[in-house]
Design a binder for this molecule. Sequence first.
Ligand SMILES: Cc1cc2nc3c(=O)[nH]c(=O)nc-3n(C[C@H](O)[C@H](O)[C@H](O)COP(=O)(O)OP(=O)(O)OC[C@H]3O[C@@H](n4cnc5c(N)ncnc54)[C@H](O)[C@@H]3O)c2cc1C
Length: 583
Amino acid sequence: MALLRWLHCLFLIFSIWVSTLATTQPMPPPPPLRCNQTHCTLSNSYGIWGDRTTCHFPPTVFPTTEEELRQAVANATRNNLKIKVVTKFSHSIPKLACPDSISMVISTENYNSKINVDAQNLAVTADSGVGLRDLIDAVEEKGLSLAAAPYWEGVSVGGMISSGAHGSSWWGNGGAVHDHVVGLSLVVPAKESQGFAKVIRLGAQHPLLNAAKISLGILGVISKVTFALERGFKRSIAYNFTDDSAIENEFLDHGRKHEFADIAWYPSRHTAIYRYDGRVPLNATGDGVNDFLGFQSNSILVSESIRAAEKTLENTRNVKGKCTLASSCLAYKKLVANGLKNNIMFTGYPVVGRQGKMQTSGSCLYSPSARIDTSCSWDPRIKGLFFYESTAIFPASKFADFVLDVKSLRDLNPENFCGVDIYNGFLIRFIKASKAYLGQSEDSVVVDFNYYRSNDPLSPRLNQDVLEEVEQMAFFKHGAKPHWAKNRNLAFLDVHNKYPNFSKFLAAKKQLDPLNVFSSEWSDEILFGKDVNRENGCALEGQCVCSEDRHCSPERGYFCHPGLVYKEARVCRHRANDASSEA
Ligand SMILES: Cc1cc2nc3c(=O)[nH]c(=O)nc-3n(C[C@H](O)[C@H](O)[C@H](O)COP(=O)(O)OP(=O)(O)OC[C@H]3O[C@@H](n4cnc5c(N)ncnc54)[C@H](O)[C@@H]3O)c2cc1C
């Protein structure tokens, strides 16, 4: 029976492969903003916010020009309304864009018509609602390249700048997109004599630019952004699937030697995938594409079957099953080079292609025809993948200690990490020191990890305690900062004390938005890391760190315990694993 089940899982993995090869009709993601005549609702891309409440507000305005944007801010100011900006993607996980009840919401969905490439000065200026893919394509068409971008293309210019989105690089200006911004226009409230709103233009040397680059939507409405460009180039990428024994000694060298390096670490599999990735000239042979596996569209049937299998493993507390699935996933990634394609499929390393096709992907976003049997695997309309996303940003000097701590925890029982290895393990990326006040003040290492989330908020996860301990090691023991656009609420606790320039950001906020028009209960919760939820079960969803058993799920056998390696951590552990907690 067990063997049959695992053959089934392998079949599912195979089916994904077949479906990605054979199908070209994905269903585009649902619009995150939905409005009728009386009100609108906003969700994130996973369809559910961290606290599982709905975000709703009065009808939204959809400006199409900078002047309409200015008028919208003026109207709100005249009527004493607060303001929030939403995008057509809403791909940030925290509820940053959710407004207070008496607010005007401005969507940049239709503010996306202008992309001006200035080839002579190696710069591009775009409306803030422009999607990243459109921006990249416009730039590449002129033989130029944007050196930094997130791996995921489902973001808008305004959203990615506001939230500190990044790829991976310690070279040049680094892997964070905001560090390539050389100008930005902001619409802010103004006096009645100035028409209640004004546009301010921040050039490269303007003192407010460091505040406005990562401003979480709370300084004003970003109207236009100018990015520095480089002459067009290609990339040459190869993955090395190897053992993970020396990550803590090798990551520095790896990040320094290869311009776009990253490392994907699968602790339960004792495997690390080193990405050897550097630029090559435009005339290098190769027309490859990085169609990252996780961002390809999958057959809806397959996504739902995988989710069903994962749920069964959770409900039956089947750790070994999760490990089999993790092994199959990793083997499959190796087979298809994690989505790298030399032309239509992967035929061998290195894969060489244009920067615009190698840095950023998201083929599940597009719908070239009407058939709708595939989608992004997390599409909230299907019963597909549903997971949390934690992202911790470490000063490079502290990262080795974090890896060693995770290894100590892993070595107590490697199988406990199989759940995270079913997703992408720990993705390790590099970003350079930045002058942005809410950016990283020193060269840093970013770690992303995704893991199962239950449909029922009061259902604990298998080995819940282990990833809670990792999270707390990262954010509390090793001083990591949370990515502003990802993470569960606990990651933001005390966040303002981690940024040396936080007070400068607040001073800029006071100057540009003295009445806090652009703040809301939700963005304050994140910016000031408030510990607001102490309800029963709050630790299960990362809304709190447990201090009492009721924050876990005593009725389902999960109690609040110290960590196994980081003893100061407080985690929800199942009674079946209690013995190890005494070790
Ligand atoms: C599948 C997936 C993969 C991801 N991969 C990466 C990655 O590789 N690297 C990375 O760093 N991040 C990644 N992210 C996070 C993502 O980059 C951010 O969520 C993204 O930058 C948000 O862009 P958005 O356009 O969806 O903005 P939203 O989420 O809609 O908005 C983000 C914030 O910006 C504000 N805002 C938006 N536009 C404006 C404007 N014009 N003026 C003022 N405020 C504005 C909003 O009010 C909100 O506060 C990923 C997310 C997902 C779902």
